[in-house]
Design a protein around this ligand. Structure first.
Ligand code: GLC
Length: 627
């Protein structure tokens, strides 16, 4: 047995041998932010060294495997779900008992929504973290988390956790020390004696939660200071202009990674750098910080990837992508998410097709994180030029979508609620579960069987569209069993003002138990999704390196995409309307497909020599080149 001292020395030696070059790369990135700052840089290297020494053998083995296969997450096999631990399974121990349910669906990537210790009372759904290195005691403890990760790894499953790097709860030790007057900690936040600088900031800053938390600063009478609070008052923004902040945050992040985390969700990453006179969003320094973090993570735990959360235009989202070794490896595909909802409401696929056709090509080694909805509200983030090109007014079009999904537009099938309505701009986002937004709630309430059938088809169509696209698909738990909105949050004082709780219900196991009964909506959605997932997993045409191209189906109601790799090919044709539609096979032949194709979900042949393809309401086809 090696002594602890000897182990540390060995690790140190290995560190010098392996990372001499990486430390220099790190130094140059660090310089871009902080200039020459030997003291903090040396502290940082020390933090990295210690974390490297602390990494346990089983994780090191995995690291080596991933060094051989750095694109592990690009595989079509990776299918994710996100959930609040307490709502899904009460606590971490509960999750380990529910893994079979997830496996049954084909899930192997678990995004645990905020797990860390938060403030008491309102905590923004866990995003008001009071300690980065403690698990929320209501959910378990760090040993349990580590044990769960070990268990998941044996099953080839991966763990994603949120890292809320923009802010801490005002009850975090750093914030409390700042409040108690310790200068070193005050400098970790943005604190001002007068409103002069905040006033300058406010001139260009939008409100993130205009209804619930207007303004971006909060005044604290006891310390006579204004504090930067982009989100809620109880979430204090961290000041990364101070290299000490970065060191403290990195130190904690590495502790978490050494517990077996595989994917770090970089929460609200576009907000982490602030400059007066800007909207403090997606500034270049945000990327440098992420890049520094990734360089370090690559040393300590290679293969761990970053998922960036930036709910903004695709132009800004793109800025955060790096390569395998830099920046973020995956970003939320806000564009596709918004476009899917837009298409479902308008029954017109042109906007989505144009966005994909004119959208960015991702660099090699990174991929999208695809989703239909998540724990947050749906913000459409429409690409204005594309809307205008189709002859629509972006403002009025967004108003249409907002009220369509709220259920206030004539003919709407949806039941949603507004989120963050902004009186000034009339803008709002939408809350609601997938099933309720797709019409199931309304049709069941009205006892309209045909509409309920269409709603189910819409849900499945949304899943099929997401799974046909390249990147990591993430399903919000409960959507696989057509969970409806949960209005009970209105009776909870800590939640009533935040409509996002509408679509974060407690997981309903009774509902899940209906998943084998194909006469139920739960059964139809679950089994269809399961088939889609299992079909995708088996076919490398869905690997993230094989990009999706759109083609014109010559029918505005029908979406068409294809992928090609060597002599293999895939075509997705989807009717986004409740009417029967036809597509000329010539449209498919036009992009280079011929002869007979094979529908892989229905195990049916499709002869492209016939003139037309007929599609039932909301029907879609997953066609493969027949070999
Ligand atoms: C992210 C989270 C959201 C939270 C916000 C502030 O956007 O997804 O739920 O409210 O950050 O932490």
């Amino acid at each position: 047995m090696k002594t602890a001292k000897k182990q540390k020395q060995d690790a140190e030696k290995l560190f010098q041998q392996r990372f001499g070059e990486d430390v220099e790369i790190l130094r140059s990135k660090y310089r871009d932010l902080y200039g020459e700052n030997e003291k903090y840089f040396n502290d940082l290297v020390e933090i990295v060294k210690n974390a490297f020494a602390d990494r346990k053998a089983s994780l090191r083995e995995l690291d080596l495997e991933r060094l051989e296969n750095p694109g592990w997450f690009l595989s079509q096999d990776v299918i994710g779900t996100s959930f609040y631990t307490d709502l899904f399974a009460d606590n971490l121990k509960g999750v380990s008992e529910k893994i079979d349910y997830l496996k049954e669906l084909g899930i192997n990537y678990l995004h645990f929504m905020p797990l860390l210790k938060t403030r008491e009372g309102k905590d923004d759904g866990g995003y008001a973290v009071s300690s980065y290195i403690e698990i929320n005691p209501k959910l378990g403890n760090m040993d349990e988390f580590e044990a769960l990760n070990d268990q998941l790894k044996k099953d080839n499953m991966v763990t994603c956790i949120d890292f809320v790097l923009n802010h801490t709860a005002k009850e975090h030790e750093w914030a409390m020390r700042a409040r108690a007057g310790e200068k070193e900690y005050q400098d970790m936040y943005f604190m001002y004696d007068s409103y002069d600088i905040p006033a300058e900031f406010e001139k260009a800053l939008p409100d993130i939660f205009p209804e619930l938390a207007p303004g971006n600063f909060t005044y604290y009478e006891d310390i006579k200071k204004w504090v930067f609070t982009t989100f809620y008052e109880f979430q204090w923004d961290l000041n990364y202009k101070n290299p000490f902040t970065l060191n403290c945050v990195i130190k904690d992040l590495l502790v978490l990674l050494n517990k077996g985390v595989d994917v770090v969700r970089m929460d609200a990453v576009r907000h982490i750098w602030k400059e007066v006179g800007t909207d403090c969003s997606s500034l270049p320094q945000c990327y440098i910080i992420v890049d520094i973090l990734k360089t370090i993570v690559h040393m300590v735990s290679p293969g761990v990837i970053f998922l960036g959360e930036a709910i903004t235009s695709s132009h800004d989202v793109l800025k955060f992508f790096g390569t395998t070794y830099s920046g973020c490896q995956s970003m939320y595909n806000v564009g596709l998410m918004g476009a899917l909802w837009n298409t479902l409401a308008t029954r017109d696929v042109r906007y989505m097709s144009n966005c994909i056709a004119n959208g960015p090509e991702l660099p090699l080694g990174v991929c999208w994180n695809n989703y239909i909805r998540c724990h947050d509200d749906i913000g459409y983030v429409l690409e204005k030029p594309e809307i205008e090109r189709l002859g629509f007014n972006p403002f009025w079009h967004e108003q249409f979508l907002i009220y369509y999904y709220k259920g206030d537009h004539p003919g709407s099938f949806s039941r949603g609620e507004l989120y963050s309505y902004d009186e000034k701009t009339k803008s709002a986002r939408i809350s609601g579960t997938l099933a309720s937004l797709c019409g199931l709630e309304k049709s069941l309430y009205e006892g309209d069987k045909l509409q309920a059938e269409y709603s189910t088809r819409r849900i499945i169509l949304m899943f099929a569209s997401m799974l046909a696209y390249e990147g990591i698909p993430i399903i919000y738990i409960g959507d696989e069993i057509a969970t409806l909105n949960d209005y009970s949050y209105k009776n909870d004082v800590e939640k009533e003002v935040d409509s996002r709780w509408l679509h974060r219900p407690k997981f309903d196991w009774e509902r899940a138990n209906k998943r084998y009964n194909m006469t139920t909506y739960e059964g139809q959605v679950f089994q269809s999704l399961k088939t889609l997932i299992h079909t995708r997993k088996q076919d490398s045409i869905f690997h993230a390196d094989v990009h999706t191209r759109v083609f014109d189906t010559w029918n505005h109601g029908v979406f068409g995409t294809f992928k090609k790799k060597d002599d293999d090919g895939f075509v997705f044709i989807a009717n986004f309307t409740e009417h029967y539609q036809e597509v000329y096979t010539a449209a498919v032949k036009n992009v280079g497909f011929n002869g007979t194709m094979y529908e892989i979900l229905q195990n049916k042949e499709l002869d492209l020599n016939t003139e037309k393809i007929s599609l039932k309401p909301y029907e879609f086809l997953w066609l493969k080149v027949k070999k």
